[in-house]
Write a protein that binds this ligand. Structure first.
Ligand code: TGC
Ligand code: FAD
Length: 408
């Protein structure tokens, strides 16, 4: 319920259902660069978001609850591992299809996109890429159809931007490893059935392993009090002498290139996803500017408001072109980690700045949950930080162009 704000002086209370009036915006005809398959995938996810996410997301964000019932729906629309082969529970599509799906999900909410990017890029992908055939057959179909929820444990309380120095460790114990340590800020951990965990062995080598929910000594306390990504559940992973069978260790990778390769996939998806959040903020601001009357005319008629809208669509279009090119490179296996960093950094900051401008354009209404912009803005503060902070991605670009490491 809200007070009519159309400037007519009619202050009757009208009911506004959580109707999703989002319209397609494609200023540079970028759809012409996508295939029929990409457009079908995108439109199917957009329809699902309008039906399943928009009507409930404000309430879940308000209560800081995760809509866990959506995991099954995400599986049904093919959001888990879109580019993993279908025989292993993925969608068998290309990287561009994966991207447009992430964009549409984040148009709904960054937390919903997070559910899908963790499951697909950070859990299914490492098992597919680095796992044994037995591990692939055991876990991937169940992750793909939403029967299992997964999480990814890299960050530790004292090692965020610098996971290479992690202290979580395993010790050899015959046919198992004994795992000790803790991971922090782990998306989905309190509801996860399995966790892909990265830990240091006795030789100092980083190894990946699948830890299952019922393993003794393994717990996943929830982290509460987040003002951002409120519809996404976040927790810790605590390991107290957890006996992990050696059969659960991913055999085909050692060292930091294991987890960092997974991050390439997820960062790529985030670079697409951020455009979705930006588009939703732009869409809402554009519509509001045409409906909101001040000084006897729609605020969209004032030059200052037009400047904001014109700059928003310009920045969105530049981000779309950047990601389309990155998607083309990813499809042929040529997208470099540094190129992915550039896109993640650029597109997330672009989206955050658009969310902040859109909030201003909505005036006081912009701080309420009548409109999606403040929720997107709060979410994007996390997106700017996770999967490598804004500054870390700048340093990755800096190192790539100079050859000099400014991290340490
Ligand atoms: P460095 O010495 O440069 O490299 C160590 C080894 O890793 C290789 N490598 C990569 N391999 C694949 N992809 C990449 N992007 C890679 N970057 C490095 C490298 O070639 C080397 O291999 P080898 O064989 O020679 O050993 O590593 P460093 O210790 O200097 O660290 C580099 C740095 C700072 C860039 C890296 O640590 C980093 O990216 N830090 C940021 C941490 C981060 O992004 N954490 C994300 C946690 S997961 C998360 O946030 C999920 S949120 C999910 C959601 O809800 O959506
Ligand atoms: P820090 O590394 O302590 O950084 C603090 C500040 O210092 C930042 O501004 C950073 O840019 C800056 N800084 C650090 N090093 C340098 C440097 N060398 N030069 C210049 N500046 C520097 N992790 C997972 O493993 N799995 C998950 O599923 C996951 N989900 C997350 C969900 C949420 C909601 C959040 C908030 C985080 C999640 N993370 C996850 C963790 C996330 O990846 C880390 O928060 C992020 O990598 C930053 O680490 P940090 O928070 O420890 O910050």
């Amino acid at each position: 319920m809200y007070t009519n704000n159309n400037g007519t002086g009619d202050h009757t209370i009208v009911k506004r259902a959580k109707e999703d009036r989002y319209q397609h915006h494609d200023y540079y005809n970028i759809d012409e660069l996508l295939t029929e398959e990409h457009l079908l995938a995108r439109d199917a996810v957009r329809t699902w978001v309008k039906q399943e996410v928009t009507p409930i997301i404000e309430e879940y964000a308000d209560k800081a609850q995760c809509p866990t019932h959506l995991f099954k729906g995400l599986a049904d629309i093919g959001a888990f591992g879109p580019s993993i082969p279908a025989e292993y529970g993925g969608g068998g599509m290309d990287e561009m299809a994966y991207g447009v799906i992430m964009q549409e999900l984040e148009r709904g909410d960054s937390g919903i996109r997070s559910m899908a990017s963790v499951q697909g890029s950070l859990v299914m992908y490492p098992i597919y890429r680095f796992g044994s055939e037995e591990q692939r057959r055991k876990y991937l179909p169940k992750l793909g159809n939403g029967e299992f929820i997964g999480c990814f444990g890299l960050t530790e309380p004292d090692y965020g931007s610098n996971p290479t120095d992690m202290i979580t460790n395993v010790k050899d114990d015959g046919d198992a490893y004994i795992l000790n340590g803790a991971k922090m800020w782990i998306t989905n951990s309190p509801v996860a059935d399995i966790a892909v965990v990265w830990a240091r062995d006795e030789q100092g080598i980083i190894r990946g392993m699948v830890v299952e929910r019922d393993m003794k000594g393994f717990s996943t306390p929830e982290i509460k009090g987040k003002w951002s990504l409120r519809a996404s559940i976040t927790g810790e992973l605590v390991f107290e002498d957890v006996r992990v069978p050696k059969a659960n260790v991913l055999p085909n990778v050692q060292g930091m290139k294991g987890p960092l390769s997974c991050l390439n996939k997820a960062r790529y998806g985030i670079a697409w996803g951020a455009i979705g959040a930006a588009l939703d903020c732009y869409d809402s601001a554009l519509r509001y500017s045409l409906e909101r009357i001040q000084f006897g005319r729609p605020i969209g008629q004032f030059q200052l408001q037009q400047k904001k809208l014109a700059e928003m669509i310009t920045e969105i279009t530049k981000a779309q072109l950047l990601i389309w090119r990155l998607g083309s490179l990813a499809n042929v296996g040529k997208a470099t980690p540094a190129q992915i960093s550039m896109a993640k950094r650029n597109n997330v900051m672009m989206a955050l700045e658009i969310a902040r401008e859109a909030r201003q354009m909505h005036g006081g209404m912009g701080i309420t949950n009548e409109y999606p912009v403040f929720r997107h803005m709060m979410n994007l503060e996390t997106v700017l930080t996770y999967e490598g902070t804004h500054d870390i991605h700048l340093l990755i670009t800096g190192m790539d162009i100079t050859g000099l490491n400014a991290f340490k």
